[in-house]
Design a protein around this ligand. Structure first.
Ligand code: DGL
Length: 269
Protein backbone atom coordinates (compact mmCIF):
# COMPACT_ATOMS: atom_id res chain seq x y z
CA UNK A 1 0.00 0.00 0.00
CA UNK A 2 1.39 3.43 -0.84
CA UNK A 3 1.75 6.16 1.76
CA UNK A 4 -1.63 8.05 1.93
CA UNK A 5 0.19 11.27 1.06
CA UNK A 6 1.92 9.80 -2.04
CA UNK A 7 0.84 11.92 -4.99
CA UNK A 8 -0.20 11.20 -8.54
CA UNK A 9 2.11 13.03 -10.90
CA UNK A 10 0.34 14.48 -13.93
CA UNK A 11 2.69 15.58 -16.69
CA UNK A 12 2.36 17.71 -19.83
CA UNK A 13 4.37 20.27 -21.77
CA UNK A 14 1.98 23.04 -20.67
CA UNK A 15 -1.66 23.58 -19.66
CA UNK A 16 -3.07 20.66 -21.69
CA UNK A 17 -2.79 18.14 -18.88
CA UNK A 18 -5.29 20.20 -16.89
CA UNK A 19 -8.02 18.59 -19.00
CA UNK A 20 -6.92 15.24 -17.61
CA UNK A 21 -6.44 16.62 -14.10
CA UNK A 22 -10.05 17.86 -14.11
CA UNK A 23 -11.34 14.33 -14.81
CA UNK A 24 -8.99 12.78 -12.24
CA UNK A 25 -10.29 15.24 -9.61
CA UNK A 26 -13.88 14.18 -10.35
CA UNK A 27 -13.08 10.51 -9.80
CA UNK A 28 -10.52 10.89 -7.00
CA UNK A 29 -11.36 14.06 -5.07
CA UNK A 30 -8.98 13.27 -2.19
CA UNK A 31 -5.99 12.47 -4.39
CA UNK A 32 -2.85 14.49 -3.80
CA UNK A 33 -1.62 15.65 -7.20
CA UNK A 34 1.59 17.23 -8.48
CA UNK A 35 1.00 18.86 -11.85
CA UNK A 36 4.09 19.24 -14.02
CA UNK A 37 4.27 21.59 -17.01
CA UNK A 38 7.50 21.34 -19.00
CA UNK A 39 7.21 24.84 -20.41
CA UNK A 40 10.95 25.06 -21.06
CA UNK A 41 10.42 22.59 -23.92
CA UNK A 42 6.90 23.67 -25.04
CA UNK A 43 5.79 22.87 -27.70
CA UNK A 44 6.70 19.18 -27.85
CA UNK A 45 4.85 18.81 -31.12
CA UNK A 46 7.57 20.35 -33.30
CA UNK A 47 10.41 18.30 -31.80
CA UNK A 48 12.01 15.06 -32.95
CA UNK A 49 11.16 11.67 -31.45
CA UNK A 50 14.67 11.42 -29.96
CA UNK A 51 14.43 14.84 -28.30
CA UNK A 52 11.01 14.14 -26.81
CA UNK A 53 11.95 10.67 -25.57
CA UNK A 54 15.15 11.89 -23.90
CA UNK A 55 13.44 14.88 -22.35
CA UNK A 56 10.42 12.99 -20.98
CA UNK A 57 12.41 10.02 -19.64
CA UNK A 58 14.97 12.29 -17.97
CA UNK A 59 12.45 14.61 -16.39
CA UNK A 60 10.12 11.89 -15.14
CA UNK A 61 13.05 9.93 -13.73
CA UNK A 62 14.17 12.97 -11.75
CA UNK A 63 10.67 13.75 -10.52
CA UNK A 64 9.91 10.16 -9.54
CA UNK A 65 13.07 10.04 -7.45
CA UNK A 66 12.24 13.31 -5.73
CA UNK A 67 8.51 12.92 -5.07
CA UNK A 68 7.89 9.15 -5.00
CA UNK A 69 4.53 9.31 -6.81
CA UNK A 70 2.24 6.26 -6.55
CA UNK A 71 1.42 6.69 -10.25
CA UNK A 72 2.53 8.86 -13.16
CA UNK A 73 0.08 10.04 -15.79
CA UNK A 74 1.60 11.36 -19.01
CA UNK A 75 -1.22 13.75 -19.91
CA UNK A 76 0.21 14.49 -23.33
CA UNK A 77 -0.48 12.58 -26.54
CA UNK A 78 2.81 13.63 -28.10
CA UNK A 79 4.91 12.37 -25.20
CA UNK A 80 2.79 9.22 -24.77
CA UNK A 81 2.73 8.08 -28.39
CA UNK A 82 6.53 8.47 -28.52
CA UNK A 83 7.89 7.66 -25.07
CA UNK A 84 5.33 5.68 -23.05
CA UNK A 85 7.12 2.34 -23.57
CA UNK A 86 10.52 3.80 -22.71
CA UNK A 87 9.25 5.51 -19.56
CA UNK A 88 7.64 2.26 -18.42
CA UNK A 89 10.92 0.45 -19.04
CA UNK A 90 12.97 2.79 -16.88
CA UNK A 91 10.59 3.56 -13.99
CA UNK A 92 9.21 1.20 -11.38
CA UNK A 93 6.06 3.24 -10.79
CA UNK A 94 2.87 2.55 -12.82
CA UNK A 95 2.59 4.88 -15.80
CA UNK A 96 -0.68 5.77 -17.55
CA UNK A 97 -0.42 7.38 -20.97
CA UNK A 98 -2.74 9.43 -23.14
CA UNK A 99 -3.33 8.10 -26.62
CA UNK A 100 -5.73 9.32 -29.31
CA UNK A 101 -9.34 8.24 -28.68
CA UNK A 102 -9.66 6.48 -32.04
CA UNK A 103 -11.51 3.47 -30.63
CA UNK A 104 -14.50 5.40 -29.19
CA UNK A 105 -14.54 7.66 -32.26
CA UNK A 106 -14.84 4.61 -34.53
CA UNK A 107 -17.77 3.41 -32.40
CA UNK A 108 -19.46 6.83 -32.57
CA UNK A 109 -19.14 7.76 -36.24
CA UNK A 110 -22.21 7.36 -38.43
CA UNK A 111 -20.63 8.55 -41.66
CA UNK A 112 -17.53 6.37 -41.27
CA UNK A 113 -15.24 9.38 -41.69
CA UNK A 114 -13.30 10.49 -38.61
CA UNK A 115 -11.05 13.51 -38.27
CA UNK A 116 -8.03 13.60 -35.98
CA UNK A 117 -6.38 16.79 -34.79
CA UNK A 118 -3.04 16.51 -33.05
CA UNK A 119 0.48 17.87 -33.02
CA UNK A 120 2.78 17.26 -35.98
CA UNK A 121 4.76 14.74 -33.91
CA UNK A 122 1.66 12.81 -32.81
CA UNK A 123 -0.02 12.41 -36.17
CA UNK A 124 3.06 10.78 -37.74
CA UNK A 125 3.49 8.12 -35.02
CA UNK A 126 3.33 4.41 -35.74
CA UNK A 127 1.34 4.20 -32.50
CA UNK A 128 -1.48 6.10 -34.25
CA UNK A 129 -1.20 3.80 -37.30
CA UNK A 130 -1.63 0.83 -34.98
CA UNK A 131 -4.69 2.33 -33.26
CA UNK A 132 -6.17 3.05 -36.67
CA UNK A 133 -5.53 -0.48 -37.94
CA UNK A 134 -6.85 -2.11 -34.77
CA UNK A 135 -9.92 0.02 -34.05
CA UNK A 136 -10.89 1.93 -37.20
CA UNK A 137 -10.68 -0.77 -39.86
CA UNK A 138 -13.30 -0.04 -42.50
CA UNK A 139 -13.50 3.64 -41.50
CA UNK A 140 -11.60 6.55 -42.96
CA UNK A 141 -9.33 8.41 -40.55
CA UNK A 142 -8.16 11.82 -41.78
CA UNK A 143 -5.32 13.42 -39.81
CA UNK A 144 -4.30 17.04 -39.54
CA UNK A 145 -1.50 18.67 -37.53
CA UNK A 146 -2.80 21.78 -35.79
CA UNK A 147 0.14 23.11 -33.76
CA UNK A 148 -1.41 26.60 -33.64
CA UNK A 149 -4.10 25.23 -31.33
CA UNK A 150 -1.49 24.54 -28.64
CA UNK A 151 -0.53 28.22 -28.49
CA UNK A 152 -4.20 29.21 -28.65
CA UNK A 153 -5.02 27.04 -25.61
CA UNK A 154 -2.05 28.41 -23.69
CA UNK A 155 -3.20 31.95 -24.51
CA UNK A 156 -6.85 31.30 -23.65
CA UNK A 157 -6.02 29.88 -20.22
CA UNK A 158 -4.01 32.98 -19.41
CA UNK A 159 -7.05 35.12 -20.18
CA UNK A 160 -6.21 35.99 -23.79
CA UNK A 161 -8.42 35.76 -26.88
CA UNK A 162 -6.91 33.66 -29.66
CA UNK A 163 -7.51 34.67 -33.28
CA UNK A 164 -10.67 32.86 -34.60
CA UNK A 165 -8.80 32.26 -37.89
CA UNK A 166 -6.76 29.60 -36.04
CA UNK A 167 -9.88 27.47 -35.52
CA UNK A 168 -11.09 28.01 -39.05
CA UNK A 169 -7.70 26.81 -40.33
CA UNK A 170 -7.85 23.68 -38.14
CA UNK A 171 -11.32 22.82 -39.49
CA UNK A 172 -10.25 23.57 -43.05
CA UNK A 173 -7.18 21.31 -42.68
CA UNK A 174 -9.53 18.33 -42.25
CA UNK A 175 -12.44 19.47 -44.38
CA UNK A 176 -10.24 20.12 -47.43
CA UNK A 177 -9.03 16.49 -47.59
CA UNK A 178 -10.86 14.01 -49.85
CA UNK A 179 -14.16 13.08 -48.10
CA UNK A 180 -13.37 15.65 -45.40
CA UNK A 181 -16.87 17.04 -45.80
CA UNK A 182 -18.24 13.72 -44.47
CA UNK A 183 -16.45 13.99 -41.09
CA UNK A 184 -18.95 13.69 -38.24
CA UNK A 185 -16.53 12.87 -35.40
CA UNK A 186 -13.25 14.57 -34.51
CA UNK A 187 -10.67 13.08 -32.17
CA UNK A 188 -8.92 15.75 -30.12
CA UNK A 189 -5.55 13.99 -29.99
CA UNK A 190 -3.75 16.63 -27.96
CA UNK A 191 -4.67 17.35 -24.37
CA UNK A 192 -4.59 21.10 -25.03
CA UNK A 193 -7.45 20.93 -27.53
CA UNK A 194 -10.46 20.18 -25.25
CA UNK A 195 -9.72 23.57 -23.66
CA UNK A 196 -10.87 25.03 -27.00
CA UNK A 197 -14.05 23.00 -27.40
CA UNK A 198 -16.45 25.98 -27.86
CA UNK A 199 -14.17 27.56 -30.48
CA UNK A 200 -13.66 24.28 -32.33
CA UNK A 201 -17.39 23.45 -32.22
CA UNK A 202 -18.15 26.83 -33.77
CA UNK A 203 -15.55 26.29 -36.50
CA UNK A 204 -16.70 22.75 -37.41
CA UNK A 205 -20.43 23.38 -37.12
CA UNK A 206 -23.18 21.60 -35.20
CA UNK A 207 -23.01 18.24 -36.99
CA UNK A 208 -19.55 17.33 -35.69
CA UNK A 209 -18.97 15.62 -32.34
CA UNK A 210 -15.65 15.76 -30.50
CA UNK A 211 -14.00 13.11 -28.42
CA UNK A 212 -10.90 13.10 -26.25
CA UNK A 213 -9.31 10.59 -23.91
CA UNK A 214 -9.45 12.46 -20.58
CA UNK A 215 -12.33 10.51 -19.01
CA UNK A 216 -10.91 7.17 -20.03
CA UNK A 217 -7.53 8.09 -18.57
CA UNK A 218 -9.11 9.17 -15.28
CA UNK A 219 -10.97 5.84 -15.14
CA UNK A 220 -7.69 4.00 -15.68
CA UNK A 221 -5.97 6.03 -12.94
CA UNK A 222 -8.86 5.27 -10.56
CA UNK A 223 -8.72 1.58 -11.45
CA UNK A 224 -4.96 1.32 -10.85
CA UNK A 225 -5.22 3.06 -7.48
CA UNK A 226 -8.39 1.27 -6.34
CA UNK A 227 -8.46 0.59 -2.59
CA UNK A 228 -5.45 2.81 -1.89
CA UNK A 229 -5.62 5.36 0.95
CA UNK A 230 -5.60 9.12 0.18
CA UNK A 231 -5.14 12.09 2.46
CA UNK A 232 -5.23 14.86 -0.12
CA UNK A 233 -6.86 18.24 0.43
CA UNK A 234 -10.61 18.30 1.03
CA UNK A 235 -12.49 20.79 -1.15
CA UNK A 236 -11.70 24.38 -0.24
CA UNK A 237 -8.76 23.46 1.98
CA UNK A 238 -5.04 23.64 1.29
CA UNK A 239 -4.13 22.95 -2.28
CA UNK A 240 -1.70 20.97 -4.38
CA UNK A 241 1.28 22.44 -6.20
CA UNK A 242 2.63 22.49 -9.73
CA UNK A 243 6.17 22.33 -11.03
CA UNK A 244 6.82 24.49 -14.05
CA UNK A 245 10.13 24.37 -15.93
CA UNK A 246 11.71 27.35 -17.67
CA UNK A 247 11.10 31.07 -17.42
CA UNK A 248 8.93 32.03 -14.44
CA UNK A 249 7.84 35.51 -15.65
CA UNK A 250 4.50 34.20 -16.74
CA UNK A 251 3.83 32.24 -13.55
CA UNK A 252 1.30 34.64 -11.94
CA UNK A 253 -0.99 34.33 -15.00
CA UNK A 254 -0.37 30.60 -15.08
CA UNK A 255 -1.25 30.23 -11.42
CA UNK A 256 -4.61 31.93 -12.04
CA UNK A 257 -5.26 29.29 -14.71
CA UNK A 258 -4.20 26.49 -12.36
CA UNK A 259 -6.21 27.58 -9.31
CA UNK A 260 -9.62 26.31 -10.49
CA UNK A 261 -7.95 22.89 -10.82
CA UNK A 262 -6.90 22.84 -7.15
CA UNK A 263 -3.31 24.01 -7.71
CA UNK A 264 -2.35 26.74 -5.26
CA UNK A 265 1.42 27.14 -5.80
CA UNK A 266 3.99 26.91 -8.55
CA UNK A 267 7.50 25.68 -7.81
CA UNK A 268 10.51 25.60 -10.12
CA UNK A 269 12.05 22.26 -11.05
N1 DGL B 1 -0.50 18.62 -24.85
C1 DGL B 1 0.40 17.96 -25.74
C2 DGL B 1 -0.30 16.77 -26.41
O1 DGL B 1 -1.24 16.22 -25.88
C3 DGL B 1 1.16 18.68 -26.79
C4 DGL B 1 1.44 20.10 -26.81
C5 DGL B 1 2.82 20.40 -27.34
O2 DGL B 1 3.03 20.46 -28.56
O3 DGL B 1 3.68 20.57 -26.47
O4 DGL B 1 0.10 16.34 -27.45
Amino acid sequence: MPDPSAPILIFDSGVGGLTVLAEVRKMLPRARVIYVADRAALPYGDKSEAEIAARVCGLLGRLAERYHPRLICIACNTASTIALGMVRDVLEVPVVGTVPAIKPAAEMTQSGVIGLLGTAATIRQAYVDRLEAEFAAGKLLLRHAAPELVGAAEMKLRGGSPDPAIFARAAQGLRSQPRGDEIDTVVLACTHFPLLLPELSAAFGPKVRFIDGAQGIARRVAYLTQGQPWNGPAAGQDQDFAIVTGDATDNPALLRAFQPFGIGRILPL
